[in-house]
Design a binder for this molecule. Sequence first.
Ligand SMILES: [Zn+2]
Length: 111
Amino acid sequence: MNCQRAQDCMKRYLDGTISDYDLKEFTDHIKNCPECYGDLEIYYVMDMAQKYLKDESKEESYNICQLLENDMKDKLNRMERKRRLRGFLFLAFIVLAGVLIWTACLLMGYI
Ligand SMILES: [Zn+2]
C-alpha cells in the first residue's frame, strides 16, 4: 500500500467501515510510515474530540465555556463567603471589645 492509498483508507479506518484486507495493508503501512502515522494520529484526535462533543451525557464536563463559567461562579461565591466572614469577625471583635471595656469600667467603679 502506498501513501495515497493509505490516506484514502483513513476515513474508513476511523469509522470502522474498512475491509479486513485493507485494514491489514493499512496497519502495515501505518506502522512503517511516520508521515501517515502522524496524519492518522491527528484525524484520530479530531474524531475523538467530535465524539466527546456529541456525547450529550457528558456535555457539561466537556463544555469548556460552561466549565469556565462554573469555575468563575465558584470563585466569586468563595470570595463572597470570605467577605461575609470577615465582616462577621469584625463585628464580633467590636462587640467583644465593647463588652470588655464595659466590664473593665464596671469593675473599676466608673459605672
Ligand atoms: Zn505513508
